[in-house]
Design a protein around this ligand. Sequence first.
Ligand SMILES: [Ca+2]
Length: 354
Amino acid sequence: MEYTGPGCPQPRALDELAVLLPEFKNSVTAVADGLIPQDQAGVLTDGLSAPADGGFATRLTLTLTSSDPNQRIRYTIDGSAPAASSPAYAAPLVLTDTATVMAQRFDAQDRPAGYLWHQTYECRPLVVTAEGTVAPQDLRFGRRAKVTIQSAGQRAGVIRYAFDGSVPTAASPAYAGPITIDKSTSLKARLFDGAGKPVGSTWSATFQQVDYDPSNITCRKPVTTSGGERDGFYPQLANDGILDPTQYWGAQPAPRWWQVDLGRSCALNAIHLYTWWGGETGDGRFYQYMLSLSEDGTHWTDVVDASANQAPATKDGYRHQFPVTKARFLRVTLLKNSANPAVHLVEVRAFEAK
Ligand SMILES: [Ca+2]
C-alpha cells in the first residue's frame, strides 16, 4: 500500500551539515511535530498506512529557528521562494494539508541572507483497515476481506473511493461503510472537504486474492524438519497459509519429515496435504507419506497411512478426514516422490473438529 504524492524526506537539520560545510551556518532549521513515526509506517491494521518516509495524518506543527536572532525568518507554504513581502515567522506553523514550506532569513534591510530552507510535508489523512487478510500488514486475503476507511482523527469531510485504478474525484462514490471485496482489486481513496476540494494525498493499495483458508490452524506456527533443505525452499513456506505452487518446502533425499507445533492440544479431524503437483495440470507424479499426530512430540499416532499411495498429486491436494484425535504436534513423513529423489510441500493445512 502506498500514498501517492510528493516525496517527503525527513526534515533537514542544516546545523548538522554546518560541520562539513561552514557556509551553511546561520541558516534556518526546523523541527516538525506530528510526523507519522517510522515504527508505525506501513501498518495497515492500526490505521497508519504510510510508507517509511514520514508524512502526517491530521496536523503538523512546524517550528522554525534561526541561529541569528537578529534576523527575521520569512516563509511561504505554496512552494514559492520567500520575498520581503512574505509573512514573517512569529509562531509555529500548523499544517493541515500537504504543503511545501520555504523559509529564508532576511537582514535588517529585508535582504535575503543565508540559504533557502525548504521541505515538503505530505498529509495522509486516511486510515484503512482490513479484516480477512493473511496477516495484519498483508494485503493478501482468502475468499473475502472487509475494508474499512476512516479519516484520521475523525476529520470532517467525505471519503470517496474507486476500484478501477483511477484517482477518486468529487464525483466518485462516497464511502458509507465497510466494503467487502471478493476478488483482487486496486483501491484508491481520497478525503474531500466540505467544498469538494481534496485533502492530502490519495490512499492507494492493491488487495490480492490468494488461496488462503482462515480455518486452517497450522498457519505460521513453528516448524521443524529432518533437514536436507534445498536453498530457498524454507520449511515455513509449507505453512505460510497460502497455496502457491511457486513457493514450497523442498528437501532431499527422501524420506524426509516436516513437523509443526500447533502450540496447544487441538481436536483434529482433517488434514489437507498439498505436495508439489508438477505445474498447473499436474505431471502425474505421486507422493507416498504418513501423517502422524502427537500430544507431546515423542509419542506418535499415525492417522493416515498413504505409504502405498499412487494417486497423482493435484492442486486439490491429498485431503484426509479421520476420527477426532487430540494433538499438539503434526508430522508429515514424505517417503517417496515418484518423479525424483526430493520431496516437496506447498502447504499443510489442519482443521479442528467443529
Ligand atoms: Ca505455502
